[in-house]
Design a protein around this ligand. Structure first.
Ligand code: NAP
Length: 466
């Protein structure tokens, strides 16, 4: 047989996970001159785009336009999508080795970091990741229940996900109508009783994890005033001293926070309070086991030897009544059966995207990773591009050295028959485009960008696959 990567024997790549990291990996591989590549992209959901569809806040429609780039890639005859096919249950890594020269895992970080405090598992205390998936219409989460009859909500953490959650809780119906938020979430949020959202940062304004555009947006909501306590907007002496080395983002965050601290309330129906230097220590319940209050401790900062500012508890305790709590302290990857995993970091064990054997720490032949499951849950969508390029370039370098798998069935047609045998209701890219068209058409009737299908059964029914 001719060389792998030639026109008659293209490099056959399986990418598992149809989010940005997967598409950017495919993009880089397709760009390589003189190497013929075919990509089959798998996803456990019938819909592509991962967190762009199920994570990016619905009121950030512009960010979602990145899917146009992915759409163009998907039109290439060398690209195929096998949606509604789960690695681990419908197909295994061993199966993929039978059909591909290289396999790339781009499955993202599918769970959250837990917060180890008493009461965290009480009724009405949830991971923010579940709420985000719920309001975005993720089929696995659409039936989750969040008690929006509560008046006060705490969001623990001040990263961009916490900001998204706080903002969505504060949005007016008119604001939400301009989004593709799941239709049930639109109704429930519109009828919610939420009057105040409290976001908790364990460190100070100079260490906030949110980015300036997101912070600024909090001060521009139609139906909610964003407030900061003036004493918490002031920098502590250590942070003040570190400003000389601060980047532009930090300086801008401080500016925005101090502006909010001096602005005061304007009488909007909802209030978002952003707190600094506080850590929850306990959630307190009523007899029904529901959260009714949160105990928290005031922190002070200290500097570690490496120069990082860390929070340390003081003896000042405070209790605030809250009826609903979302913890938003970071996502975390889950292991894939048969793929080496770094438990503590929550990522696939890898070096520059080459999967490493757990024992020998040597590269596993033909297996790669990119995105959050490679580097952890950091950065914006665009961060995945250089990350995926690094992985794809390792793949191409290994190909040049003849380091690929030797699949028993490298023919493209063999895969279709195989997937069909395992998952007759798999969804192709052409199928997805039909769903996309339907969602947009239903959205247009309501003056919204789209109304999402949120049940797999409904998607399959619409495609005549039920
Ligand atoms: P993140 O940016 O890592 O923020 C995590 C937050 O949780 C930080 O405020 C962190 O505080 C806090 N935290 C961690 N452990 C804690 C603890 N034990 N107690 C209290 N607070 C704790 O994570 P994320 O918000 O999940 O976002 C993930 C990535 O997606 C980020 O890179 C983010 O920028 C990106 N994203 C971007 C957008 C956007 O561009 N609009 C939207 C959503 C997400 P410390 O800083 O003190 O550790």
């Amino acid at each position: 047989m001719s060389e792998i990567g030639s026109e008659t024997n293209p490099l056959r790549v399986a990418i598992v996970g149809a989010g940005p990291a997967g598409f950017y990996t495919a993009e880089r591989l397709f760009k390589e001159k003189n190497i013929f590549v075919t990509v089959d992209m798998y996803d456990r959901l019938p819909t592509p785009f991962g967190l762009v569809r199920n994570g990016v806040a619905p009121d950030h429609q512009k960010i979602k336009s990145v899917t146009k780039i992915f759409d163009r890639l998907a039109q290439k005859p060398e690209f195929r999508f096998f949606g509604n096919v789960e690695l681990g249950s419908d197909v295994t890594v061993e199966d993929l080795r039978n059909y591909y020269h290289q396999i790339v895992y781009t499955v993202g970080a599918q769970t959250d970091h837990n917060l180890d405090i008493p009461g965290i598992d009480l009724k009405n205390s949830h991971p923010a990741t579940e709420f985000v998936a719920w309001y975005n219409g993720h089929p696995d989460f659409r039936d989750y229940v969040f008690d929006l009859s509560q008046e006060r909500v705490a969001v623990i953490g001040i990263g961009n996900v916490a900001v998204d959650v706080a903002r969505i809780l504060c949005r007016t119906r008119d604001e939400l109508m301009e989004t593709d938020i799941a239709d049930y979430a639109l109704e429930q949020l519109t009828n919610s009783n939420v009057k105040e959202v409290i976001m908790l940062g364990r460190r100070g304004p100079a260490q906030a994890a949110f980015t300036p555009p997101e912070a600024k947006e909090l001060g521009e909501m139609a139906g909610a005033d964003a407030v900061v306590l003036p004493e918490e907007a002031e920098l502590d002496p250590l942070s003040q001293a570190s400003l000389a080395d601060a980047d532009r983002g930090t300086m801008r965050n401080i500016e925005i926070i101090q502006e909010l601290a001096h602005r005061g309330l304007s009488g909007k129906p909802k209030k978002l309070t952003i707190r600094f230097l506080v850590s929850p220590t306990e959630l307190i319940s009523n007899e029904a086991g529901e959260v009714v209050a949160m105990r928290m401790v005031k922190n002070e900062l200290y500097q570690t030897e490496s120069g990082t500012m860390r929070p340390r508890a003081t003896d000042q305790i405070e209790e605030v009544p809250v009826g609903l709590v979302f913890r938003s302290i970071g996502y975390r990857g889950l292991p894939i059966p048969g793929v080496p995993f770094h438990e503590r970091w929550g990522v696939i064990l890898n070096e520059k995207g080459r999967v490493l054997d757990s024992e020998s720490k040597e590269p596993v032949l033909g297996e790669y990773t990119a995105g959050w499951i490679k580097r952890g849950p950091s950065g914006v969508i665009g961060t995945n591009k250089p990350d995926a390029v690094e992985t794809a370039e390792c793949m191409l370098a290994d190909l040049a050295e003849g380091k690929t798998l030797t699949p028993a069935h490298p023919e493209r047609e063999a895969v279709t028959a195989f997937v069909e045998s395992r998952k007759p209701t798999y969804v192709s890219y052409a199928d997805w485009l039909k769903l996309d068209e339907l969602e947009i058409a239903i959205g247009a009737e309501q003056g919204r960008p789209r109304v999402k299908f949120t049940r797999v059964a409904d998607m399959l029914k619409a495609l005549g696959k039920a």
